[in-house]
Design a protein around this ligand. Structure first.
Ligand code: C2E
Ligand code: MG
Ligand code: MG
Length: 603
């Protein structure tokens, strides 16, 4: 038996067939030299290639191996020569390599190629790309099997890593949307055959953004990882828990017998997530809202089921959060309505379908109107008056708020400039900004350009920003607020008390005014907690040298309480509802002063 892994050995298939070469004539000796040269070349190739090569006889007893074979497998020629190929325990990637079919195919076709799992001498398995060909004699019988293979374990591992990255979320290592879609499609087709149900749950954390803004993205990321663990801990092994991005997770529950199974898991999820989390020393309690859709009742494809679970989740949010909702057809109706509103909003921008109403703001000491808040109104010819609280969130989600917001700013500044040109008492016009606008590039430049165009003194414009808008990326917000402040604008924090302001930031924000949210004002005379909150905000504002205005003042009792607490300004139906600009003209022209008489109502 020859060991071709020793450098001077030559392979000679003719010799193996006992056909010796005569050296009788000079011509013959020339051709012998030629053949020897050729054989040396073949041997060199055999010895130096990086692919492992193995030659066996017809019974698969190993005859030759090359050095690369030993390098890859760790077996020397001494270990193997004369022994049977089965010793190497090759296995197909998916099946046994020694499968009869594979060998039948090799014997029939004379060639086979595929990926197999090899086993090194140290018992480690590795992936190899193997081709096997046969060498037959004159009678067509197989004399040899020749196997050539390369070690592809590194490439395989890289491919697997790649496939993992493509199908998983980097933060939580959970499957991503792509993998979910795939598994969902499989689950649906399986459940269809077995007459089972599949549930899809869209799960969104409540107020996650506020936590992220307040405690920073690192804590936010760790919280998402913790939530991912908690969701996985209450899910079954067959469920797919995936992260869709942000604080949204989608869970697929295959093979359910009844809808009640989904309810049980939703309850468990809500419980598991709401348990206290301690992250970097911060005690965090977070809740979740879950929307559920069911195959086959709600939809028969993955996209629809996710869309419907999403619509149901939206309802869970509206329902006070920290609850779960099953999808209903009415929700679909509402989703369709939203889409139609979206289309109509686009037209309203093109066809100037908006107008502004203005609600007076009154100084409690002087009794004078010192400003108005511009409030957007949309009267759609088909659906009538649409409340801003309904269409503004849609405009924010779709990005339409950028152009709508710019229109509001222009119109409010134009109007205030007109009032000033008419010689009416100078007032400030307050414009509500949504968080999306606040993050808009060149926002400061745009404001400057508008003020220049309408020749309005910057002090005639106040911007109302909500706490969450400023707290999102607080450092960038401070820079923008400083820029706006330096221009001479006034800045107010709207709906104060409803967000998660950090007092240390509040001190650093260059703001002029806090607007106490109407939810606190509403009950100041009946709920002692609200009374305490309002008086605390007023005192705090005084300490921070900020002005304070109470929104939503509706009754004489509320007014009296606020006067007593020395609140600076008020705004509310008690004095006036928002009204069209021409009514503000006459109100300002009348030199109206609030003095004991608080019953102005717009008609
Ligand atoms: P907001 O900025 O807090 O505005 C005050 C809201 O309270 C207004 O509702 C106003 O009509 C209402 N209001 C005023 N006084 C009273 C009162 O005494 N009692 C009661 N119950 N309500 C009172 P509106 O006009 O429906 O606006 C709702 C919200 O829509 C606004 O809340 C604001 O967040 C948003 N919004 C309005 N216009 C715009 C806008 O041009 N841009 C942006 N981004 N948001 C706007
Ligand atoms: Mg406002
Ligand atoms: Mg408000």
């Amino acid at each position: 038996m020859q060991d071709l892994s020793s450098p001077n050995l030559q392979i000679d298939p003719d010799a193996a067939n006992n056909r010796t070469v005569s050296s009788a004539s000079g011509q013959e000796s020339g051709s012998v030299r030629q053949k020897e040269k050729q054989l040396r070349l073949f041997a060199h190739i055999f010895n130096s290639v990086h692919e492992g090569i193995i030659v066996t006889d017809a019974d698969k007893n190993m005859l030759f191996i090359n050095p690369a074979f030993s390098t890859i497998t760790g077996y020397s020629a001494n270990d193997l020569i004369g022994k049977n190929l089965n010793l190497l325990h090759l296995g197909l990637m998916n099946d046994a390599f020694n499968h009869d079919d594979t060998w039948c195919s090799i014997n029939e076709n004379g060639y086979w190629q595929g990926e197999v799992v090899g086993r090194r001498k140290n018992d480690e398995s590795y992936a190899e790309c193997l081709s096997i060909s046969t060498m037959k004699n004159d009678r067509g019988e197989i004399n040899y099997y020749i196997g050539v293979f390369s070690d592809i374990s590194e490439r395989k591992a890289a491919e697997e890593r790649m496939a993992y990255v493509v199908l998983h979320d980097f933060l939580t290592n959970l499957p991503n949307g792509l993998l979910l879609q795939d598994r969902l499609a499989q689950a649906i087709s399986h459940a269809g055959r077995e007459k089972h149900k599949v549930a899809v749950m869209c799960l969104d954390l409540d107020h996650f953004k506020a936590i992220n803004d307040m405690l920073g993205h690192l804590v936010g990321d760790k919280l998402l990882q913790e939530v991912a663990k908690r969701i996985s801990s209450v899910s079954r092994a067959s469920d797919t828990v995936s992260r869709r991005g942000g604080d949204e997770f989608v869970i697929m529950l295959p093979d359910l017998e009844t809808v009640d199974d989904a309810t049980d898991i939703a309850v468990k999820l809500i419980d598991a997530i709401s348990g206290l989390c301690i992250i970097d020393g911060n005690e965090i309690k977070i809740t979740t809202s879950i929307g559920i859709s069911i195959f086959p009742e709600d939809g028969c494809d993955g996209d629809s089921l996710i869309k419907y679970a999403d619509a149901a989740m939206y309802h869970a949010k509206k329902n006070g959060r920290n609850n779960y909702q099953f999808f209903t057809n009415e929700m679909n109706q509402l989703a369709l309505e939203r889409m139609s509103i979206e289309r109509k909003l686009c037209h309203a921008i093109e066809q100037q379908g908006f107008c502004l109403h203005y609600q007076p703001q009154v100084n409690l000491r002087s009794g004078r109107i010192i400003g108005v808040e511009a409030l957007l109104r949309w009267n759609n010819p088909e659906i009538g008056m649409v409340p801003p609280e309904y269409f503004i969130p849609i405009a924010e989600e779709t990005g339409l708020i950028i152009s709508i917001g710019e229109w509001v700013l222009r119109e409010a500044c134009r109007q205030n400039s007109e009032w000033r040109m008419l010689g009416l008492p100078k007032i400030t016009v307050a414009v509500n900004l949504s968080a999306v606008q606040f993050r808009q590039n060149n926002f400061g430049e745009m404001i400057k350009e508008i003020l220049r165009e309408y020749e309005l003194d910057p002090s005639g414009l106040e911007l109302e920003i909500t706490e969450s808008a400023v707290m999102h990326n607080a450092e960038a917000s401070i820079a923008l607020l400083l820029e706006l402040k330096a221009m001479g604008l006034k800045l107010a924090v709207d709906d104060f008390g409803t967000g998660y302001s950090s007092l240390s930031y509040l001190k650093r924000f260059p703001i002029d005014k806090l607007k106490i949210d109407q939810s606190f004002v509403r009950d100041i005379t009946v709920d002692s907690d609200d009374a305490v909150i309002v008086s605390t905000i007023i005192n705090m504002a005084r300490t921070l040298k900020l002005k304070v205005i109470a929104e939503g003042v509706e009754t004489a009792e509320q007014l009296s309480f606020l006067k007593h607490q020395e609140c600076d300004e008020i705004q509310g139906y008690y004095f006036s509802k928002p009204m069209p600009p021409e009514k503000i003209n006459s109100l300002l022209a009348s030199g109206y002063e609030v003095d004991g008489q608080w019953s102005y109502q717009s008609k």
